[in-house]
Ligand binder design. Structure first.
Ligand code: NIG
Ligand code: FE
Length: 386
């Protein structure tokens, strides 16, 4: 089957030169983009999706999310809004709830949140474990995550479980837990932070993960300017995530290395913390991605558009930079060349915006703008509110 997407007022490609085409059309063959050009030259196809002069962007690539959990932490959020700090300690609250949950309860959370994401234009999401912290629970969370995405991440090193000896726990993560989890994961991650895992422990986890075939990514420099970012760059991690507290050496490392700085402004919003300085990173030459960090503790949003709006308003990004970071940037953070951009040969993951241009994603914050979503060439039901 082929699909013609016609009468595109603004085609925002997010491709290498970030080309924006006006009065464009594109043709999808099976799950790939087969043709892009002026609407007046569009070839015929089996089906037609009329963009009616609106903008089309690549599907969002949300490269950082924690969706396998049970119960929320609304009370913790309310306490923070009354002045309590965020320390990461609430992770253990969710661990307790997730361990008690049945497979179907965990599956239901993933299903609800991935559906919510898709309706808003997210066509690829990465999902981490990390609310299990036992061999059986981490393996179970990754098995369930794998029902929803190919981008699964082993985060057994999310925090040290209550009552455990930190060194013994790191040995477990690098040993039996990794062995059980590796078949279900593509990536390995660690929360490198004061109160979680220090630089040596993080290095041990990432090195063991890499030896088991998992590619590294790191929760780095979220609460303090620790060793996480430099470790991520040194070991060639695909991404250093959060990057909220950075020294000049951290920025230099990101600018000269191959590691994407993935910024998660939903976390700063929800923890009432200072936002990361995207402008500083971009001006230094670092590659930047935006993601939601969707989780019940520090960032309970599934909205990439919300993250784009925050990045533009609070982090010094232009609207164009922010949309590129939420699409092509996320793809780079997942080392994927087939998604996050509109180009011939790329996967047909598209969002028709209920807006004339991509700038509206930041200009109209809080407004649902995904009028139609195409994933792998399939047009999903219209998503505008009834
Ligand atoms: O990315 N920082 C570590 N992990 C999550 C928070 C998880 C939680 O608070 O439950 C994050 O912000
Ligand atoms: Fe996270």
């Amino acid at each position: 089957m082929s699909l013609l997407v016609d009468d595109i007022g603004e085609l925002f490609t997010a491709d290498e030169d970030h080309a924006v085409l006006e009065d464009a059309a594109l043709v999808v063959e099976a799950d790939r983009i087969a043709w892009i050009g002026p609407a007046s030259e569009a070839p015929a196809a089996d089906e037609r999706l009329d963009a009616a002069g609106r903008a089309v962007i690549p599907g969002f690539v949300d490269s950082h999310a924690h969706l396998v959990f049970a119960a929320d932490r609304a009370a913790e959020f309310a306490a923070r809004m009354s002045g309590e700090p965020y320390t990461g300690g609430g992770i253990r609250t969710t661990v307790e709830a997730a361990r008690r949950a049945t497979d179907d309860e965990l599956r239901a959370t993933c299903a609800r949140l991935t559906a919510e994401m898709l309706r808003q234009g997210t066509t690829t999401v990465e999902i981490k474990s990390g609310y299990g912290l036992t061999v059986a629970d981490e393996e179970r969370q990754l098995r369930i995550a794998g029902e929803f995405t190919a981008e699964t991440t082993f985060l057994g090193a999310h925090t040290v479980p209550a009552g455990a000896d930190p060194e013994a726990y790191v040995d477990l993560v690098c040993g039996a837990m990794l062995e059980a989890c590796a078949p279900h994961a593509k990536w390995v991650d660690v929360f490198c932070e004061r109160g979680a895992f220090d630089g040596d422990q993080a290095r041990a986890v990432l090195t063991a993960g890499a030896a088991a075939g998992l590619a590294p990514r790191v929760h780095a420099n979220q609460l303090t300017a620790g060793p996480g970012v430099r470790l991520a760059v040194e070991i060639g991690a695909a991404s250093a995530d959060h990057c909220t507290h950075l020294t000049d050496a951290d920025v230099d490392a990101l600018a000269s290395g191959d590691t994407v700085a993935t910024l998660l402004p939903g976390a700063e919003f929800s923890t009432r913390s200072p936002y990361p300085d995207a402008r500083r990173l971009i001006d230094a030459g670092a590659a930047v991605a935006l993601a939601t960090d969707c989780n019940p503790g520090s960032s309970y949003t599934s909205s990439m558009a919300f993250c784009i709006a925050l990045a533009v308003r609070e982090m010094g990004m232009t609207p164009t930079e922010a949309v590129v970071a939420a699409t092509a940037g996320g793809a780079k953070a997942l080392r994927r060349g087939d998604i996050g951009r509109i180009a011939v040969g790329a996967r047909a993951d598209l969002v028709v915006l209920d807006a004339p241009g991509h700038v509206h994603l930041a200009y109209r914050p809080g407004t649902p703008l995904a009028a139609a979503v195409v994933r792998g060439g399939a047009v999903l039901p219209a998503t505008a509110p009834e």
